[in-house]
Design a protein around this ligand. Structure first.
Ligand SMILES: [Zn+2]
Length: 72
């Protein structure tokens, strides 16, 4: 008899034994994915404060620029 856990990343049953060196994950890849998601969550929370807005995409015309355009 053996204890099994579900891989937190993909849900694959993982035997809880010294042979499963990445437990509770089924593989090193799933372990890294889980860590990556954790880090990306941190980043997305921090990045919400300055999401790309349309303000920078629009050229800002000053009053002087408008006067030059009118003289042309
Ligand atoms: Zn997995």
């Amino acid at each position: 008899m053996s204890l099994k856990v579900d891989c937190p990343t993909c849900g694959t049953p993982v035997e809880w034994s010294p042979l499963s060196q990445y437990r509770p994950f089924c593989s090193d890849r799933c372990r890294l994915i889980d860590l990556g998601e954790w880090f990306s969550d941190e980043r997305s929370i921090a990045g919400e404060e300055h999401t790309p807005s349309s303000d920078t995409a629009r050229p800002q015309l000053s009053a002087e620029d408008l006067e030059l355009l009118e003289q042309d």
